[in-house]
Design a protein around this ligand. Structure first.
Ligand code: SAM
Length: 273
């Protein structure tokens, strides 16, 4: 029951655990955040390289096991365990995040890390393979999606290794992959709700043209309502509505294409949030 609820699949292969930690290129001055340390297979290796680790663990029994593992050792001083849900926990300052967390919290995890300030230098994260492949997808490929653009708006993401299910106990149902996420610092000066609002429309049918998606029922009404609000607030009226991108389609547009389109809409007073 616990395994299902918290995704408690412990990473048993020491080479993989060491590989994950090595990919972070930790510096002796680094403060590290680890989400879901479990029994500490990654934590012990991070402690060897970093100045300090804050580990957020939901399950008190796992936290107790980890505490036992460092007890009486010099590493004990370097480790703080927060018992609680990562999604709600107050996060400390950290330079690097390393995590093999249950896959139920994949989306909240990555977006929370990208909205944390100051931004971490790098995050090394294990995900279900399908999710990882969507994070690193490029335009004109099958997995290019709203998730890909929203994450790539804020970070450079690449795949660092695939990890088969037999490296875990108990073995999960799905394959896993590790990605490296390097946040863009400073982040692009765009309102996320606007960018995501445009993405939501364009990726609802990603092979349809921009023009086609905007003609869909409901979309025009929503935009007109936003536009009227904007006109009223700014006391402006603009008639031109050619954004010059209407024959393109989301499946082929990269983050820059989307940013240009968003900015063209903003120029004519069309908002998505
Ligand atoms: N990192 C360890 C490893 O690699 O062996 C354990 C991995 S296990 C897949 C996930 C861990 O995250 C479990 O210890 C589980 O209790 C913990 N966990 C689950 N949900 C969590 C949450 N919302 N916040 C913090 N920890 C959570």
């Amino acid at each position: 029951f616990k395994t299902e609820q918290f995704g408690q699949h412990i990473l048993k292969n020491p080479l993989v655990a060491q590989g994950i930690v090595d990919k972070a290129n930790l510096r002796p001055t680094d403060q590290v955040l680890e989400v879901g340390p479990g029994t500490g297979n990654l934590t012990m290796r991070i402690l060897e390289k970093a100045k300090h680790v804050t580990a957020v663990e939901f399950d008190p029994r796992m936290a107790a096991e980890l505490t036992k593992r460092v007890q009486g050792k010099p590493e004990q001083r370097k480790l703080e365990i927060i018992i609680g849900d990562f999604v709600k926990a107050e996060l400390p300052y950290f330079d690097v995040c390393i995590s093999n967390t249950p896959y139920q919290i994949s989306s909240p995890l990555i977006f929370r890390l990208l909205s944390h300030r100051p931004l971490p230098r790098v995050c090394i994260l294990m995900f279900q393979r399908e999710f990882a492949l969507r994070l690193v997808a490029r335009p004109s490929t099958e997995l290019w999606s709203r998730l890909s653009v929203n994450v790539q708006l804020y970070a450079k993401v690449d795949l660092v290794m695939n990890v088969g299910k037999n490296n875990f106990r108990p073995a999960p149902m799905v394959e896993s992959s590790v990605v490296r996420v390097v946040p863009k610092d400073p982040p692009p000066p765009v309102k996320f709700e606007e960018f995501d609002g445009l993405g939501r429309i364009l990726f609802s049918r990603r092979n349809k043209t921009v023009h086609g998606n905007f003609m869909a029922k409901g979309v025009i009404d929503m935009l007109e309502k936003n536009w009227r609000t904007w006109c009223a607030e700014t006391d402006q009226m603009i008639e031109d509505n050619d954004t010059g991108n209407s024959e393109n389609r989301a499946a082929k547009m990269d983050v820059d294409d989307l940013l240009k389109l968003l900015s063209a809409f903003h120029d004519i007073g069309v908002h998505f949030a």
